[in-house]
Design a protein around this ligand. Structure first.
Ligand code: PLP
Length: 420
């Protein structure tokens, strides 16, 4: 692999290390990606949890090209609109568990988070409770790297070096509803705008909610009028075997943030679904409504929206949403034997097509870089996994076959030899 001569600054990267040995991905097809030297890898990460449809969908390339020829770009600010944006919003609203949801289109996950935080605060403001500004999130939670997303980070390392964050936010233990209630009471319910919750925490290391946690957290939020924001940027579009992710549980969220799998990750796009009563101040049915002074240039981009409509067709046609659930046991079985390995501390899987596997404390103490070494070991075995926190995570495309999942398990075992 030749050293990089590029000015590209990689996100979340030790550029001192990356500059000398980048892995240059050249092409991709299905669940396989190839580097520039022609070496093939099984993509056990779906890129960054987003290539849910598998790579190289000609259908998406075709609709993108057609849309670019017809209407390449236009904004949806003010009274401008375009058909793909309208259609996509209506289709996404139809996925919400209650009628009347509104949809704000964004450029990606972090944009969805900041949009949701601002909609939550603005909704309270216009519903006569302007003091409701505080945001609560969970340990290990990852909500992107924009302003609000950084302020509510549940991964302490992601706050390092950036100076003080917005003060009106706090973090509670991810698996403890009593702690959530105590925090709401400590802050004062009349000051809390919203609680951000990834149904299954992804980038923070794949943490599954304890049995009953989601229902109880929603109930506590309702009790104190706190908006429940389901951050489904990873969990939606089949990752948990359902459309939204949060709809795996019998609850009604107030807002749902999404991105990634919304169009297979082919064009940057995100969305926020907003429950009717939260959006209501902005939709009074007659002119003179409060204006949400928020939105990005690419909100409702016709190409991104058009590709998303086709992606939703593919999810439906190929039954891929349910496949996330059908394969969760297969993945859990493939990673379960790792629990017996002397270097492994914890194996988490069984809810959705994703898994996190931690190294044991002794290994991490002796070798803090062990997750990255494990990742490299898997790479040598021809499988791309993601180093995260105390170990690695896997989240293959929903099109993955059972034998591919077995290969992921084998590569994780083989990769551990590098750590030993
Ligand atoms: N929320 C969650 C749960 C995520 O996993 C991510 C990204 O991984 C984000 C928000 C941020 O999305 P993006 O990277 O598109 O800004």
């Amino acid at each position: 692999m030749s050293p990089s001569t590029s000015a590209l600054w990689h996100p979340f990267a030790d550029m001192g290390a990356v500059e000398s040995s980048p892995l240059v991905i050249d092409r991709a097809e299905g669940v396989t990606v190839w580097d520039e030297d022609g070496r093939a890898y099984l993509d056990a990460t779906a890129a960054l949890w987003f290539a849910n449809l598998g790579h190289g969908r000609a259908e998406l390339a075709d609709v993108a090209a057609d849309q670019i020829r017809k209407l390449d770009a236009y904004s949806t600010f003010g009274d401008y609109g375009n058909r793909p944006a309208f259609e996509l919003a209506d289709r996404l609203a139809g996925l919400f568990p209650e009628a009347g949801a509104k949809v704000f289109l964004t450029s990606g996950g972090g944009d969805s988070i900041d949009t949701a935080a601002k909609i939550a605060r603005a909704s309270w403001y216009h519903r006569g409770q302007p003091e409701r500004v505080h945001l609560i999130s969970r340990t290990h939670g990852y909500h992107g790297t924009h302003g609000f997303g950084t302020a509510i980070a549940g991964i302490p390392a992601n706050l390092g070096g950036f100076g003080p964050q917005a003060p009106d936010a706090s973090v509670v233990p991810h698996d403890d509803v009593a702690a959530l209630e105590q925090e709401i009471l400590r802050v004062g319910p009349e000051r809390v705008a919203a609680f951000f919750c990834e149904p299954v925490i992804g980038a923070g290391g794949v943490h599954l909610p304890p049995e009953g946690y989601i229902e109880a957290a929603v109930a506590v939020c309702r009790k104190y009028g706190v908006l429940f924001i389901a951050d489904c940027v990873i969990c939606a579009f089949g990752r948990l075997g359902t459309w939204l992710g949060i709809d795996r549980w019998p609850v009604v969220p107030d807002l749902v943030t999404m991105a990634k799998g919304i169009n297979g990750g082919v064009v940057p796009l995100g969305a926020v679904l907003v429950r009717d009563e939260v959006a209501a101040p902005f939709f009074p049915g007659s002119p003179g409504a409060p204006v949400l002074r928020h939105g990005a240039t690419y909100a409702g981009h016709p190409v991104a929206a058009r590709v998303a409509l086709s992606a939703l067709d593919i999810y439906e046609r190929e039954g891929l949403i349910a496949r996330g659930r059908a394969l969760e046991g297969v993945l859990a079985d493939a990673v379960a034997p790792l629990a017996g390995h002397e270097l492994v501390g914890d194996v988490r899987a069984g809810l959705g097509l994703l898994s996190g596997i931690d190294l044991g404390p002794a290994v991490l103490e002796a070798l803090p870089g062990a997750p990255a070494i494990w990742q490299m070991g898997c790479r040598e075995a021809g499988v791309l996994v993601r180093p995260l926190g105390r170990g690695v995570a896997v989240s293959p495309p929903l099109t993955v076959q059972e034998q591919d999942i077995a290969r992921i398990g084998d590569a994780l075992h083989a990769g551990l030899e590098k750590v030993a």
